[in-house]
Design a protein around this ligand. Sequence first.
Ligand SMILES: Nc1nc2c(ncn2[C@@H]2O[C@H](COP(=O)(O)OP(=O)(O)OP(=O)(O)O)[C@@H](O)[C@H]2O)c(=O)[nH]1
Ligand SMILES: [Mg+2]
Length: 523
Amino acid sequence: MKNRMAYDYSELLQRTENWAQQAYELGWISEVNPTSFLQKEKNPLFENTMRPLIVAFMGGTGVGKSALLNRLAGKPIAKSGVARPTSKEITIFHHQNITLPQLPLTDIRVANHDDDSQKNVVWIDMPDFDSTDTHNKELVLSWLPHIDILIYVVSPERYRDEKAWRLLLAEGANHAWLFVMNQWDRGQIEQADDFEKQLHVAGFDAPIIFKTCCDILSNLNDEFNELAETLTSLATQKTVEQLEQRGEHIRINALHNQLQNYLLQFGNTAALKKLHSHWLSNWKSTATQLQQGFTWQLQPLAQQFAKLSPFEKGIECLWDHWAKTRFDDTLNVLVIDTQNFGLPTKPLEIELLSLREKAQKQFTSNTELQTRRAITERGNLVQRTLLKLVGIAEIILPLAAMSWVGFQVVNGYYESNQTHDHYLNLDFAIHSTLVCGLSWLVPFFILKKCQPSLEKCALRGLNKGILQSLENLNQEVIMAIEQFEQQRATQLQNANALLTLCESITSEKIEFERNSTLNRMMI
Ligand SMILES: Nc1nc2c(ncn2[C@@H]2O[C@H](COP(=O)(O)OP(=O)(O)OP(=O)(O)O)[C@@H](O)[C@H]2O)c(=O)[nH]1
Ligand SMILES: [Mg+2]
């Protein structure tokens, strides 16, 4: 069970980080937040759960954290003194049988003891958390994930050090806490009561507070032994496991929250529909504008095409600076709309970038192709078929007429021989000439007059090409929006799968017995 959990967590962490990295690279999230220190791998100090309980003193400077550890050790193992802050390093105090692995952390002093009653507790004295020395604060923060129980030490005068208290509020739910009001020789019961009240406000129903005095000159009876005994009694395998499992849940919940925060940047799905319709209406007016803007260049271009000779000026001149600016402006409006609808703009901008670059080439090559086709295949299909038929008639009709005349000549000759009548007369000669001439001339004139001019064809081709190229650009943008939608859906799907995984792991609640020591240590 334990191993499964640990594996699940590290895998989850890795997958979440990979997901976030990819979402960032694609522009869906503005930055990859560093995984919070509490979410990092649990206890690199001890890899398995057969380990001692790790307990640390934390709090403001001069409250007596080092003095408490020294008292526990019975010798001055940690620097304790009047200089503020005194401790600038971590002091670890543990039984000689415990072998600490190679520590990944710096600024450490280690001291051993041979008191078997304390063999399952590792005590840690941390530097203060509220001094101006940021090094101390960072040191404490880097150690927090490795600590099972935090002992928040205060003094009667200063039991709410600004930064340490803020850390308590921020990380309260992530740790188990005990409280020590040290320097009790100077303390008043009202101060202890007030401290307790403050802890209630911070979320502890029944905080465990020990009043201690580490001043050797004072003979005050204090609760130092109770503190040590409480921790010794907590140093069982079961508690360590429970705390570790709770830590695991907390880290997974934090991961869950982080993922949810990332997802806030993805906007809502309804906005995508609006984006589509906005684009279509924007494009309609842009396309009309562009068409109007191209008109003045069409006639000279068509004339050039009609010459059927190499161009002086390429068709690229159609997609000039003006057209490019109109097109870019419309894409910019789309990007601004995306932002106004609460969607991230970067992924769409990435999609549109290549389109901005290839728009001119795509537009001109397609328009040119249409024009070339229009010149090669003059007129529309009906015109072309009719002209083809007339072309055939231009050959067939004169042939038919001539055959008919030939037949009449032969037949007339034959009949005039039989009947000794006169041969074909002058009328026949005139009529047959007319029939032959007209049968050729009529189709010839139709062909001549109805064949569309090259210039007209080029103009028609240009117009058709422009319309089609503009529609192609429109389709490309629609595809970019769809691609944007698709990518968003995939990212969301992956994130939701991770969220579900987090929820399935944390669904099994960890309950501590009511009023038990452990329960009183948690918010
Ligand atoms: N009167 C009195 N003085 C104490 C008591 N405990 C510690 N002191 C004194 O308070 C001063 C500060 O003690 P430290 O142990 O250095 O305090 P600390 O919390 O470790 O301080 P930093 O290392 O700076 O964070 C020292 O001069 C101690 O002698 C106490 O119970 N009563
Ligand atoms: Mg100290």
